[in-house]
Design a protein around this ligand. Structure first.
Ligand code: IPE
Ligand code: IPE
Ligand code: MG
Length: 227
């Protein structure tokens, strides 16, 4: 049997808070450790022979419901992280892109995001897409409205083309931390994705576990409705 090819991997990075709590630490410690894991997993993907795109759920439209201090910490962490990450993006050939409603972020953070996209736009080993203030229903509504405004007929192709991610089906979605749900992530793009749920908390996730999950994915039978 032919192995499946993994081109677009998406991850719901969950469990930072529980990881910290298990250690008697504040939740934000988990976010700090989680950010390091993002770097390791991104570099693994950049060096993987078939992965072209890695889409990571970093902050959802629902995450504003969290305590103000945690939200502020996450915003600062993101800004600091992007600043530090630039060198690693360039060294590892990673093109950075963001999806989500960025206008709710501070102008400093918005500038950091735009500048990082611009500085890495010619890198070609991997596209890393961070979903920031992202919600899939809102993305789909926005796509339909933009298509209508352009007098486009509403079809699967036109909606796909107007989504924020240049339309690309996701081959494999991983969610860490044992939660068995999608939490408003990429509803359209996940139509035929393979799903994998691991109990590992995101800060404990490693390239070697990812390697094992990819081996499972490669061996699965994907039928896409056929026989
Ligand atoms: C995921 O970890 C990171 C974000 C949503 C920003 P959580 O912060 O959701 O961690 P848990 O689920 O509370 O353990
Ligand atoms: C999903 O995790 C969002 C991110 C990982 C950024 P949450 O922890 O916010 O999701 P729920 O609340 O458990 O569904
Ligand atoms: Mg969570």
């Amino acid at each position: 049997m032919n192995k499946n090819t993994l081109q677009h991997l998406a991850i719901i990075m969950d469990g930072n808070g529980r990881w910290a709590k298990e250690r008697g630490e504040k939740r934000v410690k988990g976010h700090e450790k989680g950010a390091e894991v993002v770097r390791e997993i991104t570099n693994y993907c950049a060096n993987h022979p078939t992965i072209e795109t890695l889409t990571l759920y970093a902050f959802s439209t629902e995450n504003w419901k969290r305590p103000k201090l945690e939200v502020e910490f996450l915003m600062q962490l993101l800004d600091k992280w992007l600043k530090n990450e630039l060198e690693s993006y360039q060294k590892n050939g990673v093109r950075f892109q963001a999806i989500g409603e960025l206008s709710r972020f501070s102008s400093k953070l918005q500038k950091r995001i735009v500048d990082t996209q611009e500085a890495t736009k010619d890198n070609s080993k991997l596209t890393q897409i961070l979903a920031l203030n992202y919600g899939s229903r809102s993305e789909i509504v926005g796509a339909v409205n933009r298509a209508l405004k352009d007098n486009q007929e509403i079809t699967e192709q036109s909606i796909g083309a107007y989504l924020q991610t240049p339309y690309s089906d996701i081959d494999l979605l991983i969610r860490t931390s044992g939660e068995l749900r999608i939490s408003n992530f990429l509803l359209w793009q996940l139509s035929y994705s393979e799903l994998y749920f691991t109990p590992t908390l995101w800060p404990d996730f490693t390239p070697s576990e990812l390697d094992e999950i990819i081996a499972h994915f490669e061996a699965r039978e994907r039928r896409f409705g056929g026989v």
